[in-house]
Design a binder for this molecule. Structure first.
Ligand code: KIV
Length: 273
């Protein structure tokens, strides 16, 4: 049997992610969208890096995730893959590239795998995307599912509130989680649902659950990296913890640079050729 240190250096695969649940080892996940951040996040020991379509918000400034294109996702994912040595890299299929059309879903997933070098894709939804999930899995591409608050459906939900608070939506979420596991998904993200429901789904499934705003009982946690680093101070939902104040640090460092340029104290003689 390998030691914890050997395991912690091993390249993370979807099989390893499943083994972590079986071993009771929590899975640390974060998003990343570029080479530099991916390298830092990977070196810090994150197991699973998601190139999320939240890039639409934090990298492109859109209000929702709907406008981002497959080409945009591929550009972000290529940089991330180049920065990562150990973590599993998973890429979101963006809105409009898989819903209602299994052929298009397969084509989109194949483009991501061929053009980025990532190891898996993530899709939002349950029974309604069953055929797309089946087609992608049949091509040998690992799929991570995403249930609860699925931001691509924000217009149907009417906002970003907590999902599945009532019995019927909670029952449907459990059925969808079991279906996605039976189809062959290797993990499921549970976003912004009551902790008790997330605990029940986690207990029922043999594949790992990765929570965001779903309490501490899921097999892993994921956050958007800019949010947890305090780069988006205005965005602070109840589930968000700032693990750093990088926004303030950037503003202070850039402010010093601006002053030194204007005062002609940068560059100094030692910084000239
Ligand atoms: O796009 C994203 O960043 C996500 C995570 C929040 C789970 O889907």
């Amino acid at each position: 049997m390998s030691t914890y240190t050997e395991q912690s250096r091993r390249k993370v695969t979807t099989t390893r992610i499943r083994e972590m649940k079986a071993a009771g080892e929590k899975i640390a996940c974060l998003t990343a969208y570029d080479f530099t951040m991916a390298r830092l996040v990977d070196a810090a020991g994150v197991d699973f890096i998601l190139v999320g379509d939240s890039a639409a918000n934090v990298m492109m400034g859109y209000e929702t995730t709907l406008p981002i294109s497959l080409d945009d996702m591929i550009t972000f994912a290529r940089g991330v893959v180049r920065g990562v040595e150990r973590a599993l890299v998973v890429v979101d299929l963006p809105f409009g590239y898989y819903q209602g059309c299994p052929d298009k879903a397969l084509e989109s997933a194949v483009r991501i795998m061929k053009e980025t070098g990532a190891s898996a894709v993530k899709l939002e939804g349950g029974a309604e995307i069953r055929e797309s999930v089946e087609r992608i899995l049949a091509a040998g591409i690992p799929v991570c599912a995403h249930l609860g608050l699925t931001p691509q459906s924000v217009n149907q939900f009417g906002g970003y509130g907590v999902r599945a608070k009532g019995d019927s939506e909670a029952r449907k979420l459990i059925e969808n989680a079991e279906l996605l596991q039976d189809l062959g998904c290797f993990a499921v993200v549970l976003e912004k649902i009551p902790a008790a429901l997330a605990n029940e789904v986690t207990a029922r499934l043999s594949i790992p659950t990765i929570g965001i705003g779903a309490g501490s009982g899921t097999d892993g946690q994921i956050l958007v990296v800019q949010d947890m680093l305090g780069m988006n101070e205005g965005f602070k939902p109840k589930f968000m913890r700032h693990f750093g104040q990088i926004g303030q640090a950037v503003t202070a460092a850039v402010g010093s640079y601006v002053s030194e340029v204007k005062n002609v104290t940068f560059p100094s003689d030692r910084e000239c050729y």
